[in-house]
Ligand binder design. Structure first.
Ligand SMILES: Nc1ncnc2c1ncn2[C@@H]1O[C@H](COP(=O)(O)OP(=O)(O)OP(=O)(O)O)[C@@H](O)[C@H]1O
Ligand SMILES: [Mg+2]
Length: 467
């Protein structure tokens, strides 16, 4: 009898039975590379094992030499309330079965044991235990996000952002968040969800740029078995899975045109139909969408439906770039220092903070976060010096706008190209690569900024030998 279970990843089964022959045959049935089986012959031995290990499933005989399984059950559950206990009783009566379940048994089976029934029952218990573990992780992550969902910055009442966020949280209307890359669109989406929903409400993220066009529809609306080759099972879509919570549609500007029409119908009718299905299903989901493209331009160029835009932007929150809200720098810096070095007392000297305020932050808050993280690694003392990391005197990297033009610097680019006698394809190549790099090699965002399609961008990069 081993008192430790070093392999935590595997499923764990404890058999408590004084009939060693029975114990051995059950052990043979389940002992494989995925399952660790342990046996105990008495209540005493089982108690010691349970005080030292957490078992997923306990197969517990009711008649043991030193006591009854039924009485041991509360002790096991006290030590590990996630254990699924299957009580094995000689002659189960209705009353004893009810008592077993009342005491916390997951299930019970009768002796003489039918091995097939036993196998099915134990496997079902493992399945339930696995599902519970997955749900627990999801709940933990949700909880963690919730605790972290505090508004940092947006102090300037002139923008009215903080107020708008609170209003959005209090309503169920669709929200559209816009702003340059790194301004905090994802952060604000989560904040709106967590401020307005209960702990158990899900928030499901879907990145419209990351899913292939062929998958995005079934991913969102679900699919009925047999709808197309490969649809071997009926599957709920994200709309259904987000029921009672929020669906965060990130990079909405990348949503394919066909899907934009279906999305509009879903939002207007507040119902969806699974791919291959013939039934409309009501949805109760709050939609939060985000894009770093300027929607007005995408509408003008015909890439985005005007009607969908109006439907999505009942509440529109535009996050200004960090260079336009430098008053938020001290709070954001303090937030990131606390995040990356919770146990260190670190400050940024005033003169350094002033220097930082002269920087243009092309990568916005994401860039500031990276700067602070790097400073904390490089400077071990009680002060950090961001100016040593960023080149504060470099000419501002032109702010990339969504139509791909570079604010205020297009003249320089052209001048440079002229002086070098650059060919048009070379100018195009350099410009595309600059925008690609500025978007941290994210094809979707870069193509968005350049006003070209995802596939054109991919093709261009391939032709430059980049991807
Ligand atoms: N107000 C904020 N408070 C705390 N952290 C923030 C804030 N805004 C942004 N950040 C941090 O900056 C980083 C970028 O934020 P986020 O991902 O929300 O930006 P985004 O606008 O969605 O960017 P993209 O357009 O590239 O998707 C994240 O690491 C986030 O934690
Ligand atoms: Mg984002």
């Amino acid at each position: 009898m081993s008192l430790t279970n070093p392999d935590k990843q595997k499923c764990t089964l404890l058999i408590v039975d004084d009939d060693t022959l029975f114990g051995d045959s059950v052990r043979h049935l389940f002992d494989d590379e995925n399952t660790v089986v342990t046996t105990a012959n008495t209540v005493g031995a089982a108690r010691i094992l349970c005080s030292q290990n957490a078992y997923d499933v306990v197969l517990l005989d009711n008649n043991l030499p030193d006591g009854s399984g039924l009485e041991l059950m509360p002790d096991i559950l006290n030590l590990n309330d996630h254990a699924k206990i299957i009580l094995v009783t000689a002659f189960p009566t209705f009353d004893s079965a009810v008592k077993a379940i009342k005491n916390g048994a997951y299930d019970y089976i009768s002796k003489p044991v039918d091995m097939e029934e036993l196998q099915t029952t134990v496997e079902r218990a493992f399945q339930a235990s696995r599902l519970e573990a997955v749900e627990q992780v999801a709940r933990y992550q949700n909880d963690k996000q919730r605790r972290e969902a505090v508004l940092v910055g947006f102090k300037n009442p002139q923008f009215g952002i903080a107020d708008l966020i609170m209003r959005a949280a209090a309503s169920t209307a669709p929200v559209l968040i816009t702003g340059e890359t790194g301004t905090g669109k994802n952060v604000i989406a989560k904040l709106i969800h967590h401020s307005g929903h209960s702990v158990t409400s899900p928030i499901i993220n879907i990145n419209c740029a990351a899913l292939p066009e062929t998958l995005i529809e079934s991913e969102l609306f679900g699919v009925e078995k047999g709808a197309f080759t490969g649809a071997t099972q009926t599957r709920k879509g994200l709309f259904e899975l987000a029921d009672g919570g929020s669906l965060f549609l990130d990079e909405i500007g990348e949503m394919p045109a066909t899907l934009q029409a279906k999305m509009l119908t879903a939002l207007e009718d507040r119902s969806i139909r699974r791919v291959g299905g013939d039934k409309d299903r009501a949805i109760n989901v709050r939609i939060i969408a985000a894009t770093n493209a300027e929607p007005e331009k995408a509408i003008e160029s015909g890439r985005f439906r005007k009607d969908l835009f109006y439907r999505l932007s009942v509440i529109r929150i535009h996050l200004p770039p960090l260079r336009e809200r430098l008053e938020d720098l001290p709070d954001l810096c303090a937030h990131f220092i606390e995040h990356f070095a919770p146990n260190r007392r670190v400050a940024i000297p005033d003169y350094e903070m002033e220097r930082l305020q002269s920087y243009h932050f092309p990568g916005n808050v994401r860039e500031l976060r990276n700067i602070i993280e790097r400073c904390l690694i490089l400077h071990e003392g009680t002060e950090i010096y961001p100016s040593q990391i960023v080149d504060l005197h470099s000419p501002p990297v032109p702010a990339i706008t969504t139509n791909g033009s570079m604010n205020g610097h297009s003249g320089d680019v052209v001048k440079d190209a002229l002086s070098k006698g650059m060919t048009l394809p070379e100018l195009e190549r350099q410009y595309i690569l600059a925008v690609y790099e500025r978007n941290r090699n994210n094809i979707a965002r870069a193509s968005n900024d350049l006003g070209i399609s995802f596939s054109t961008m991919k093709r261009k990069l391939q032709s430059f030998g980049v991807r």
